[in-house]
Design a protein around this ligand. Structure first.
Ligand code: FAD
Length: 399
């Protein structure tokens, strides 16, 4: 058994686990991040980080490293899937900084992950352990214990399960979850912008909405790459994995009849990947004793508000602040959970509610477009659906 009663154990070196680790180290804690993978890394895909996530990353001192890797859209626009007719969803760029204090940035996930991992390693060189697969957890009155594949037991003062959507920690604390397939499959792909037609290289992030599906694209790495995500209602693919490739022809088939500009982007994807989207009811509790959860482990969401990683990042900082503020670990974990439960559940429900807006069957009739734009995307309603997300400040929120 590796014993160190004071350190905090974190299962999983994803965006949430690494943020928690860095926030804890910055507050004087020692951490052990137990990651199952043999090497650190992230999938080749984009991730949108709103003002709420950027607030945390800036607080951790990462903005100078992140700024050159970001692509900052001037806003988001909705496009009709067939005609391409478009209208603004909301403005970003300078508007995001003015309204919420921080920019809205698109990153290649590997870039953001590498900056976080590099900062953790620089702050505590022995923090991250690779090939360390959590198999179970245990605890007594004074320690939390991570049981690794192979039999090793690692102990610390507390354990945070940041081990993602199929979390072993969640399973050990609360039993099997009950994911429901949404009937929606998501496609993802990344394309060098150099091969794309000029009409795709707009300064905004685009959301194409149609009957039974929608697509999102935005640039990455200061405009070097284009990220594509497409969601389509089809019931024949159930695998919840980021790494299952599918042929371009199949992706094109899923968006048959959609605008030629969008189809040109799909055609240019070297390898599209597909992922079956599931929903889980928000949990009532995340912690038991000295063990808690964070990120997708406790609030996996549909990606339709682009907030899952943002909330994992917020969790990481709020958890570190709670452990700093309350010397009793169990109290700290309860306060962390209480500060986060309602917000994360609202985000999960808000994401699901976007399905009906983005996949409206009435979009099949272009004559309906103006009415849908007016009613579903009224600027005051759009602000009410998003301001609470971007305004949140995890650095100052009461715990
Ligand atoms: C198509 C799509 C697009 C998305 N776009 C966005 C977006 O634009 N913005 C946004 O905010 N969110 C987005 N999300 C959501 C976002 O990807 C997740 O919410 C986020 O990655 C969760 O981070 P995490 O650290 O909790 O979990 P993960 O990123 O899943 O990390 C979990 C880590 O734990 C490790 N692990 C797992 N099991 C074990 C174990 N037993 N032992 C040790 N280690 C283990 C894994 O290897 C991994 O490193 C999107 C999701 C999808 C599906």
């Amino acid at each position: 058994m590796t014993v160190d009663g004071d350190r905090i154990l974190i299962a999983g070196a994803g965006l949430g686990g690494l943020t928690a680790a860095l926030a804890l180290i910055r507050r004087g804690f020692r951490v052990a991040v137990l990651e199952q993978a043999p090497a650190l890394g992230e999938v080749g895909a984009g991730v949108q980080i709103g003002a709420n996530g950027m607030c945390v990353l800036d607080h951790l001192g990462l903005w100078p490293a992140l700024e050159p890797l970001a692509w900052q859209p001037d806003g988001k626009r909705i496009h009709h899937y067939r005609t391409g007719e478009s209208w603004p969803l909301y403005d970003l760029g300078a508007e995001s900084v003015e309204r919420y204090g921080f920019p809205y940035c698109m990153f290649h996930r590997a870039d953001l992950h590498a900056v976080l991992a590099g900062a953790v390693a620089a702050a505590q060189p022995d923090a991250i352990r690779l090939n360390a697969k959590l198999a179970g957890v245990e605890q007594d009155g004074s320690r939390a214990i991570a049981m690794l594949d192979g039999g090793e037991r690692v102990s610390g003062a507390a354990l945070a399960g940041a081990d993602g959507i199929h979390s072993v920690t969640r399973h050990a604390l609360f039993g099997a979850d009950n994911p429901q397939f949404t009937g929606i499959v998501a496609w993802r792909g990344v394309v060098p912008t150099a091969v794309l037609p000029a009409e795709l290289l707009e300064p905004h992030s685009a959301i194409w909405i149609g009957p039974g599906g929608h697509c999102v694209h935005y640039q990455l790495r200061n405009g070097e790459l284009m990220n594509f995500v497409g969601a389509v209602e089809r019931g024949d693919w159930r695998i919840e994995s980021w790494n299952a490739p599918g042929p371009v022809a199949e992706c094109l088939r899923d968006f048959d009849g959609w605008n030629d500009t969008l189809r040109a982007l799909i055609r240019a994807i070297p390898t599209p990947y597909k992922w079956a989207l599931h929903v889980r009811e928000p949990m009532d509790a995340w912690s038991k004793g000295r063990i808690t959860l964070l990120g997708d482990a406790c609030h996996a969401t549909l990606p339709f508000l682009a907030q899952g990683a943002n909330h994992a990042i917020e969790d990481g900082l709020v958890l570190a602040r709670a452990l700093e503020a309350f010397t009793d670990v169990e109290t700290a974990l309860k306060r962390y959970e209480a500060a986060r439960l309602e917000r994360t559940a609202r985000m999960v429900r808000g994401s699901a509610a976007n399905t009906a807006r983005f996949h409206n069957p009435k979009l099949a009739d272009p004559a309906e477009t103006a009415r849908i734009a007016r009613e579903d995307f009224d600027p005051a309603d759009v602000a009410a659906r998003h301001d609470w997300l971007f305004e949140y400040n995890a650095v100052t929120v009461e715990i």
